[in-house]
Design a protein around this ligand. Structure first.
Ligand code: NAD
Ligand code: DAU
Length: 349
């Protein structure tokens, strides 16, 4: 397939681009290179003949007509996979504006561009896959895993913006007949994850000899999945998913944040004196549990990476790529860190 991958310079988008190129697909990445977009994440893609990078914002209406009919491609895109997003819950609590602009309005701009392309080309529009999240379901406080029919009940501005995008995707499928698929995955970990998220933040803080800021009692539960397993699920949904369908993807590996923290202490050779319990995240979802049975049954997908192996390999990657994260943990990042953790009742530094 000829694929257009938006947000492909981020953590999971770059994993997907590598996977798709390795599987013989041609991949054009469109990315605005925001604070978390990083061309170094695509180093391994650069040598593939089918790889191309275009810098641009998904919300820029003007770029779409030319991009979708790009003569340089020789043939049109068969599918568009949208990873582009503002992705960090804490940042959405500090300022929701970029979340609404990129995650909601940006998705709508792509949907309109795909629709217009289909109208100009006798209905031959690319398939559109929206990469969504389990956070749209809210918190699984009753202990029941989310299924695709669990009602949407997003709690953070980030989750609300992703739910808004999902609703638009469903509406464009229903109203205009666009060929769409939505995937909703649980918490990812792996190489190239921006060190604002739990696992890379704690790993790199521990390397630096800094404390790790655990929110509240640390008993919140997340279901961890390796980013390459997520990417394989997205590719399976793209290749075999039913039009208009939603597929949950998850790692079948729920764990409390404190348990993850203790594993990271062990892997980095630190002790529990490095834990700082800090003020909780406002509106913090207590528990995410996801049922990915539909993806297993209909797509033949299930996660492959054993968590203990994947986590150890991830910590090793951060140890061996100090230049990658040290370049990020400077400048603007330090201002964010101070704003996020400075007044939380624990230094985290
Ligand atoms: P990320 O923050 O690492 O990467 C996002 C990428 O999108 C970056 O390269 C950034 O430059 C790009 N981007 C942002 N705004 C853009 C815009 N307006 N136009 C073009 N590019 C833009 O995010 P991630 O963790 O890789 O997440 C990717 C997607 O997967 C997101 O849609 C996210 O909601 C979803 N998701 C993430 C997780 C997770 O655990 N990280 C789990 C489930 C779903
Ligand atoms: O569930 C999927 C979602 O997972 C994705 O849609 C999001 O893009 C992704 O960021 C992630 O959201 P979370 O909020 O669950 O991830 P984060 O790594 O920020 O936090 C994981 C848990 O760790 C959460 O309960 C909050 C807690 N935490 C996080 C940070 C950054 C801490 O205790 N301390 C911290 O400093």
């Amino acid at each position: 397939m000829r694929l257009l991958v938006t947000g492909g310079a981020g953590f999971i988008g770059s994993s997907f681009a590598r996977l798709a190129l390795g599987a013989g697909h041609a991949v054009t990445v469109l990315d605005a290179l925001t604070y978390c977009g990083n061309l170094a994440n695509l180093d391994a893609a650069r040598d593939h003949a089918g790889y191309r990078f275009v810098k641009g914002d998904i919300g820029d209406k003007a770029l779409w007509p030319a991009l979708l009919s790009d003569a340089a491609l020789g043939a049109p895109f068969e599918a568009l996979v949208n990873f582009a997003a503002e992705s960090h819950v804490d940042r959405s609590i500090l300022d929701a504006t970029p979340f609404v602009l990129t995650n909601v309005a940006g998705t709508q701009v792509i949907l309109d561009a795909v629709r217009a392309y289909g109208e100009r080309n006798a209905g031959r529009a690319p398939r559109f896959l929206q990469v969504s999240t389990d956070e749209v379901y809210g918190s699984a406080d009753d202990g029941k895993p989310f299924t695709e029919s669990t009602p949407l009940k997003p709690n953070s501005p980030y989750a609300a913006s992703k739910a808004g995008a999902d609703m638009l995707v469903a509406a464009y499928h229903h109203t205009f007949g666009l060929d769409t698929v939505i995937t909703r995955c649980s918490n990812n970990y792996g190489p190239h994850q921006f060190p604002e998220k739990l696992i890379p933040l704690f790993t790199t803080n521990l390397f630096e000899g800094k404390l790790v800021p655990v929110y509240g009692d640390g008993k919140q539960v997340r279901d961890w999945i390796h980013c390459d397993d997520h990417s394989r699920g997205v590719l399976a949904a793209l290749e075999r998913g039913a039009s208009g369908a939603v597929y949950n993807l998850g790692g079948s590996n729920p764990a409390e944040n404190l348990a993850i923290t203790k594993l990271l202490l062990k892997l980095t050779g630190r002790d529990e004196s490095f834990i700082a319990h800090v003020k909780d995240r406002p509106g913090h979802d207590r528990k995410y549990l996801i049922d990915h049975g539909k993806a297993t049954r209909e797509l033949g997908w299930s996660p492959r990476v054993k968590f203990e192996d994947g986590l150890a390999e991830t910590v090793r990657w951060y140890r061996e790529h100090e230049g990658w994260w040290r370049a990020i943990k400077s400048g603007e990042y330090l201002k964010y860190y101070e704003r996020q953790y400075g007044d939380r009742g624990g230094s985290g530094t």
